[in-house]
Design a protein around this ligand. Sequence first.
Ligand code: MCN
Length: 792
Amino acid sequence: MAKEGIGAAVKRREDGRFLTGQGHYVDDFNRPGQLYAYIRRSDRPHARIRSIDTAAARAAPGVVAVYTGADLAADGVGGLPCGWQIHNKDGTPMAEPPHPVLALGKVRHIGDPIAVVIAESKAAAKDAAELIAIDFEDLPGVADVRAAIAPGAPLVHDDVPGNVCYDWHIGDKAAVEAAFARAKHVVKLDLVNNRLIPNAMEPRAALAECDVNGNYTLHTTSQNPHVIRLLMGAFVLHIPEHRLRVVAPDVGGGFGSKIYHYAEEAIVTWAAGKLRRPVKWTAERSESFISDAQGRDHVSHAELALDAEGNFLALRVSTLANLGAYLSTFAPSVPTYLYATLLAGVYKTPAIYAEVKAVFTNTVPVDAYRGAGRPEAAYLLERLVDVAALETGIDRITLRRKNFIPPDAFPYQTPVALQYDSGNYEMTLREALKAADYEGFEARRAEARRRGKLRGIGISTYLEACGIAPSKVVGQLGARAGLYEVATIRVHPTGSVTVYTGAHSHGQGHETTFAQIVADHLGVPYEQVEIVHGDTAQVPFGMGTYGSRSLAVGGSAMVKAMDKIIAKGKKIAAHLLEASAEDIEFADGVFRVAGTDKAKTLGEIALAAYVPHNYPIEELEPGLEETAFYDPKNFTFPGGCHVCEVEIDPETGVTKVVNFVAVDDVGRVINPMIVEGQVQGGVAQGIGQALLEHAVYDESGQLLSGSFMDYTMPRADNLPRITVGTEITLCTHNPLGAKGCGEVGAIGSPPAVINAIVDALKEFGVKHIDMPATPEKVWSIIEAHRPRMAAE
Ligand code: MCN
């Protein structure tokens, strides 16, 4: 292994600038003559807008312009597009109501943007926004999915009956029914996957400018600048690609929430064109709570059929997914192809049927948030398996082992569309149990009991699918985009390398790990490799970063481009060394005539390519730069086992996570330190979801947890030491053998935490507790049973 190549725990090179305050985030960019946008948003969940009077705001000091939805519509600005179309059970397309950039006629959720004030300072814009007089006619609202589909519920969109966006299903219903009919045990569970509010460290921001020739530049906090250019340029503002540059510079976290094309990007870009002055918008934190797409929010009923020995016969799931008030960019894919297709998990359940109703409500739109659909699937399945263990009396580890897809069954076709290429679930389970000292747990439980504490242990053996692909298949499933990735490798005349990647790093350390891959593959020193991302003017194209795709898809595109470099280099070397190209071998940065000491370094080849004095100019163009588009053959399928140990104080209901072990199979590991950090971050988010975080709306859609005062983010003292281990089965279809790691922590951990809490409370006959397991909820359960506890 090279010192800084694949497998080395290299420290993140980007941290130097981040830790010394030298990062360049969107809000750090300022342009001469820059104006500031402030958005007047709805403070009510559902209302008709009778009139908007902007006169006083226009006259306020420092105000340059005030625009409403009518101004944008009059100028031909389109609505925000949705990038994925789902079809109903009957084959008809989903309901796709318009999503105006600024509200037209109605507001449908707290935070719905209504008007924008553009002024010389942010304070002036904000003050003036308060002067906009809006005459609202309040309408009844609905926030809960169950209430939204009830007869007579208020309609979020007048032309979407019953608020149902789509009613979709997957699997073999008849086979499932037949299996249930012959089952020995049927286990049932109702569960809620709580809505989360993403809170990246950096709130969203956008800065747009338009030059005298009508060329636009938008700096935006995005995970996928090329996609924003495509969506905004083509569908919203009708600016051709060559006149629109989108830059996503340093971005302080996204966790999914910065994938989407948001109204504010279009507003500032359009306004910059109108006013011919740069316009900047930066979200305030409380604004992020009501304008960033939120996550999860499922209500599900699940049933598992088992035979007398505990073999899973069939799984039946019915889910209501809350989409919020409008379709966010990729929202329709989350409760369908990123969720129901994952319901086989790591188990060889022969028959599965899932139906999903996606529902509009008067809440902030919901879209992918770290894990996106897969945490919901893993949570449902891993809770259900624990309940099955409880109800059949079969030990939960034994039950899992009995039903695992065995290591020799790959490639494994699930009954819900996916074909897993590799995995070894027994291996990750075994290593996790060992690292968590599962054997010694009962002694620790007894010891805790002596201290008056309730201790529990929970496991989850989860599966994840990432690097969603190939384009042809996702197109058939409704994606309105391809899901390949692009890389350009430029070898400079002296042999140093610049990589232009379509992936976008906003905390994942690509500048480090991608340089490691190049150092390894081309045999150049790590320091001589530079990674460029996040700028449509520099990177040819790209689909961006989400769904833990950047290494498996983006890294593979880099390998493909490097292979082209090597192929060309061999031809140049053959010419220089007077040999046949077939006889040239490449290893460790050196082209060599096989079996001889005749050799040229990559640097020498590069120099010859740029200074082609002695060069096969008739057959080869000069220069050493290659671009590759890599469209994967399949998803990658990481999986693993998370073990959580908790201790509950029965006096307060406070749950303390005292130990957490994650053993994940993410295929070949490029940088173990970065993988460890990625898993730890994901587990922190999963523990947050399981114990603390919850977006609470009142029944009409008023957000009650609209700030950090009421929305509890996990803090360091809520988290234990998180031990991370990796076991490897290689991905069989990408050249790196790598699977994604960016979301596994958030997928595997919530069920492990809740399973541990239920285990701690098992003496009370508790079967399930919904997330977040707040002290109040846990205390109430204990309190209800306190007389029994006292009597014992
Ligand atoms: N890696 C590795 N070996 C592997 C797998 C990955 O060394 N076998 C490295 C990669 O090279 C990369 C990092 O781990 O540096 C994550 O890679 P990958 O799993 O491909 O995920 P992405 O880079 O595509 O990142 C997306 C993923 C997602 S979907 C969310 S959400 C998320 C996450 O990453 N958001 C994050 N991690 C985050 N981390 C930070 N700090 N901030 C976010 O917003």
